[in-house]
Design a protein around this ligand. Sequence first.
Ligand SMILES: C[S@@+](CC[C@H](N)C(=O)[O-])C[C@H]1O[C@@H](n2cnc3c(N)ncnc32)[C@H](O)[C@@H]1O
Length: 249
Amino acid sequence: MAGHSFDRASEGYVNLLAANMKSTGLPGDTAGAVQARNRLLQGGWFAPAVQKIAEVIGASDLGDAWIGDPGCGTGYFLNQLREKNGGISIVGFDISKAAIKVAAKNYPLGNWFVANARKLPLGPGCLDALLLTFSPAFSDLGQHVKPGGRIIVVNGGNDHLAEVRTALYQQERNRTFEPPEFAVGIEQTDEQVLTYEIRIEDSETLADLIDMTPFRHTSSRNRQEAFISQGKATITIDLVLHVYRVEGG
Ligand SMILES: C[S@@+](CC[C@H](N)C(=O)[O-])C[C@H]1O[C@@H](n2cnc3c(N)ncnc32)[C@H](O)[C@@H]1O
């Protein structure tokens, strides 16, 4: 980014996570969860979500914008925006080194940083837009977006992965979700919903679906195995997109 220079590791990413900012030895998503997420996203199951995010963010009109993604994971959603508009520059951050290593390997044209989104190594107002998909939306993040810029927050809605949750917990778990709040001067301008079904026909993908989520650690192994051994399932993808605008510009 303008005014900044960093040394890249040979694997194509920069580690900015100071040892004293790590709360555990290996913060963020584990290597196993990252690999499962990577396989699942590469399988294209979230292509309709990508299309919706690109529409909401207006990807084709963004020119040479800089888009940031704190909690970018494997970088899939962020990179998909760059694929829709090659003029966009992307900068992804994640506290999980395993995730950033995969992002850098998959998408060498992006800029990838191991960093804590609670304290991003960015100045104020240097991004044109911020994308947050299924990741923590810390209220301070909005400061990094220019006046007039947008923030898009994507989360699972009430029915997201409902069939998996029913199979693993044998009851509907209440999922009350409040849209995140950013600083004063950042207003929510839109809320959109996208719901569709995917038909999975192999046990490996069903296992990845569990392994990439907290379900892996919060449900019984027996129920997980019963779900996986079905070998096929129809799964609801139910997403809520919240859009914000930074005042001014
Ligand atoms: C559910 S995953 C979503 C990843 C990605 N956005 C996606 O949609 O594929 C949440 C991600 O947030 C990251 N994360 C959690 N806390 C974080 C923090 N404080 N700073 C940066 N990343 C964080 C995790 O390591 C994980 O990769």
